[in-house]
Design a protein around this ligand. Structure first.
Ligand SMILES: [Zn+2]
Length: 477
């Protein structure tokens, strides 16, 4: 078995010698097609450059159901010093230290080159027993799963997908979220008013990833900013000039700012005290979660400005207060968030207010329900909504012989229970499962640390164990 793991490393190093960052996949795709050609294996290389390689069952496995081994051929190509290495053209400098493989000054691309290397080593071997195999190598997973979305799987017979794109040994991922982006526009009426102008900024929030951090109940900078402004508008008449929070729909905003006129400001000191009071209340509300909430405000002398009417200003704030935020529901079967909503970008200028949401759910019907709910709230506040980038989730299957088998083999090989879990982020499994009626999938992988960074490293002992684990799953009838 050790000899065959050497073959895995041989292929992994060949892959590392070929630049293969996302959108730069022609060469790696041709390498895979050439691999199949050289061995007389049937293969498909499609227009997107996805590659599927087929291999017949080994003797004795002809009656076993076919299996799909799947990974993505692109990597996140990041480099410490772009003047020294051109990730578009140069291969990686691989090194080994303390049992870890890494690439000097760059990402390693074990995410997901290790999946490709495992599959090639199996396809290359005459000795490894397995049922009919379909090795599916997708392009551009890291930049929106374009390959998985566009791939035609109609020539594939397998209904059992082993995706090797997880990064923690001992975990078997069995469900993931799908998603859709929502954009909403709100128009408002402007008027010209002369009044003191306030600049207010909210800082110090943790922010985070809208999928993997959403269960932490962190404050969303856009919603919290609106809450602060709502509170101020309970005591003062305010007219919004501008407002902004967040930069990406899939990140939780960690700050926000607004500019507005206050037509009944009175004593500026009283206003500042009122803002301080709001800050103290929020600090209490988020104690233990957000410990660095900071609100700063500055007041300018009365000036004439174009701003939104009081009614439209309140309409914007009310929308932001009413639209759901964060975790909507949890999954009953595995410990994971099922459905969530993140307001990632808030922008208000003279043209009006726009918001961008990332909506995630592992259950298609819940995703649709939430889209409808958000749309209703938008419409009730005179907003217009559009959706884009819809991709399917991967719902937890009540019954899955493949999952049962991977759990049983893990238990038998390693003498302990694997952690069967779902993740509230995207994996290609969702897209692929949705293309094959009755398909089931699991996602596994060896320990990869700091993926997507130049500190990425592959745990070699772990890679060896997962290799043997994959071979055992294939050989078990
Ligand atoms: Zn990956």
């Amino acid at each position: 078995m050790t000899a065959s793991f050497d073959r895995v490393m041989k292929f992994f190093k060949e892959i590392c010698a070929i630049p293969h960052g996302s959108y730069n996949i022609d060469r790696i795709s041709d390498y895979l097609a050439d691999f199949a050609k050289a061995r007389g294996l049937e293969y498909i290389q499609d227009d997107l450059k996805n590659v599927i390689i087929f291999k017949a069952a080994t003797p004795g496995y002809e009656n076993e159901p076919a299996i799909m081994l799947q990974g993505h051929m692109d990597m996140v190509a990041v480099c410490d010093n772009p003047s020294e290495k051109d990730m578009e053209k140069d291969g990686l400098d691989i090194a080994e230290e303390d049992g870890f493989l890494f690439a000097k000054g760059t990402t390693l691309g074990a995410d997901d080159g290790i999946a490709v290397a495992y599959a090639l080593a199996i396809l290359d071997s005459d000795e490894i027993p397995h049922p009919a195999l379909e090795a599916v190598f997708t392009v551009d997973e890291e930049v929106g799963m374009d390959g998985a979305t566009g791939i035609d799987l109609s020539k594939c017979k397998s209904k059992r997908i082993i995706n090797i794109d997880s990064e923690e040994e001992g975990e078997i991922v069995v469900s993931c979220a799908g998603g859709v982006r929502l954009h909403a526009d709100f128009k408002g009426e402007l008027e010209r008013i002369t009044a003191p102008c306030v600049f207010l900024s909210l800082d110090g929030l943790l922010g985070g990833h809208s999928g993997t951090d959403i269960h932490e109940n962190r404050a969303n900078g856009a919603h919290l900013l609106a809450e602060i402004l709502c509170n101020i508008s309970e005591e003062y008449e305010i007219h919004l000039i501008s407002m902004a929070a967040g930069e990406k729909d899939n990140a939780i905003p960690s700050s926000g700012s607004a500019e507005f006129l206050v037509s009944d400001l009175g004593d500026p000191d009283d206003f500042m005290l009122y803002v301080e009071e709001i800050e103290n209340i929020l600090k209490d509300d988020y104690l233990g979660i957000e410990n660095n909430i900071t609100i700063t405000a500055g007041i300018q002398l009365p000036q004439e400005s174009m701003c939104f009417t009081k009614e439209d200003t309140l309409n914007f704030f009310e929308f932001l207060a009413e639209v759901p935020d964060g975790v909507i529901s949890y999954c009953d079967d595995v410990d994971m968030v099922k459905t969530s909503l993140n307001l990632g970008i808030l922008l208000c200028t003279e043209a009006g207010m726009s918001v961008d949401f990332a909506l995630r759910s592992s259950v298609e019907s819940e995703k649709e329900d939430l889209v409808n709910r958000v749309t209703d709230v938008c419409i009730s506040h005179n907003g217009e909504v559009s959706a884009s980038g819809d991709y399917p989730g991967w719902e937890y299957a009540k019954e899955s012989p493949l999952r049962d088998k991977t759990v049983a083999v893990y238990r038998e090989m390693f003498g302990k229970e694997p952690l069967v879990k779902g993740i509230h982020a995207g994996l290609e499994c969702g897209v692929l499962v949705s293309k094959i009626p009755g398909a089931e999938a699991v996602s596994i992988g060896p320990n990869i640390l700091n993926a997507h960074t130049t500190k990425e490293k592959l745990d070699l002992e772990s890679a060896k164990r997962i290799w043997e684990y994959v071979l055992k799953i294939l050989s078990m009838k």
